[in-house]
Design a protein around this ligand. Structure first.
Ligand code: DCP
Ligand code: CA
Ligand code: CA
Length: 415
């Protein structure tokens, strides 16, 4: 077995997911520049999902719908439902369950978010190889597959369009696999993994109408990175041999788990920008700077090696809801806080009951988080307590009690 190449891991991520959900509900929105926006009151609402047609006009997430229309006058705007005075994501959650259900027929999956899942395909690949009559893989088994780093050493063919370039790279890579030692080649495993993922993605589209992209590699980090390389409706194989070139110009923050504080601290401590530059440090150096867990993990990671297992888990680990009160709308009295806690608790009660019914499990812990006006973090404060009953009134009282400890005004004051 090759070190770091033992597994075949894939990540599947839906393309502009909320947009596709809205387009299925209202087919007139299909194949058009389209966004999903939340709330209407301020500048037409904030955009949370953007179709690829709209991206071509420069429309992005977090823009106001009114501003996006200036870039793209024909923009279609679908609205997130509201209930209890807040966004209601039920449609998207239910669509997610449909997708996860289809994927689970193919592999044991780890649901990673509302629209993506990891899968370890190692065993399925071995089984498929046993079942194959010939070890030769034909390009037509991999119709939507890109191979990162291929075609190699070639003068740029300005005349080739993107799909011709893809087909050329795929063919070159498949030809190179013919010299693999029989059935014991990490790259052959990736190719067979890619066939399984093509089949899975076709099944997802057939059963749900939704399209997705995927990354296929040897670990979760590389699979996630690969998935984003040729979106939408395409999948990308990332062989370990193509990692050095890819990492040579890849900002550290683009890597899974390095988008936040840790990534910033690496960049600042070491004075490097790209993932590939980390290879110049020894394991001992990285260990001294980042500790005995993170150091060796980084040492391997910058070489494309990572071992985090895919955890079999289809259900979300927690059920939560929240609402932001930006700027002047921030809550200022006890009555306001109580009112909104109650609204959140009503949604929670509904979803907890549904979850108990569907999944036969009971939540035991309640966590309450608060953001103080002006704080940039998602949470300024969070605490938990026991969740004894699925009861909105009780949840409201308990969370208010938790939040009270935050109050800087005296106990006798209502503020
Ligand atoms: N989402 C959200 N707010 C965010 C990020 C995402 O409400 N800050 C929602 C809307 C997205 C869905 O989650 O449709 C999935 O998020 P992704 O980051 O996967 O983005 P998309 O699926 O929209 O687009 P892509 O095709 O780039 O994956
Ligand atoms: Ca997505
Ligand atoms: Ca996603």
């Amino acid at each position: 077995m090759d070190f770091g190449k033992e597994r075949v891991v894939a990540l599947v991520d839906m393309d502009c997911f909320y947009v596709q959900v809205e387009q299925r509900i209202n087919p007139e929105l299909k194949n058009k520049p389209c966004v999903v926006a939340q709330y209407k009151t301020w500048k037409g609402g904030g955009i949370i999902a953007v179709s690829y047609e709209a991206r071509a006009y420069g429309v992005t997430r977090n823009m106001w719908a009114d501003d996006a229309k200036k870039l793209c006058p024909d923009l279609q705007v679908a609205r997130v439902r509201e209930s209890h005075g807040k966004a209601d994501l039920t449609h998207y959650r239910e669509a997610s369950v449909e997708v996860i259900e289809v994927m689970s027929r193919f592999a044991v999956i780890e649901r990673a978010s509302i629209d993506e899942a990891y899968m370890d395909l190692t065993a399925s690949v071995q089984q498929r190889i046993k079942d194959m009559t010939a070890l030769e893989i034909k390009p037509h088994h991999l119709k939507s597959t890109y191979v990162q780093g291929f075609p190699q050493n070639q003068e740029t063919h300005a005349a080739l369009d993107k799909d011709e370039e893809r087909a050329r790279g795929l063919k070159q890579w498949l030809d190179s696999l013919l010299s693999c030692p029989q059935a014991n080649c990490a790259e052959l495993n990736l190719a067979v993994g890619a066939i399984l993922v093509e089949e899975m993605r076709s099944a997802v589209e057939e059963h749900t109408g939704f399209r997705c992209s995927a990354g296929i590699s040897h670990n979760k980090v590389l699979a996630k990175l690969a998935c984003g390389l040729n979106k939408p409706n395409r999948q990308t194989v990332l062989p370990l041999g193509s990692v050095p070139q890819l990492f040579s110009s890849l900002p550290i923050g683009k890597i899974r788990n390095l988008g936040g504080k840790l990534g910033t601290s690496i960049t600042e401590t070491l004075g490097v920008e790209n993932m590939g530059e980390l290879t110049q440090f020894t394991k001992v150096q990285l260990e001294q700077l980042f500790g005995e867990k993170t150091g060796p993990w980084l040492y391997d990671l910058c070489r494309g090696i990572e071992f985090e297992p895919v955890k079999p888990r289809q259900l979300p680990k927690s059920i939560g809801c929240s609402k932001n009160f930006a700027g002047k709308t921030c809550l200022a009295t006890k009555e306001q806080v109580q009112h909104w806690l109650h609204q959140l608790a009503l949604e929670l009660e509904e979803r907890l009951n549904k979850d108990r019914e569907m999944n036969g499990r009971v939540a035991k812990q309640l966590t309450v988080g608060v953001r103080i006006a002006g704080d940039k973090r998602a949470n300024s404060f969070s605490r938990c307590c026991a969740l004894a009953r699925y009861d909105a009134a009780k949840i409201t009282v308990d969370s208010l009690a938790i939040i009270k400890s935050l109050n800087t005004a005296g106990n006798h004051q209502e503020a």
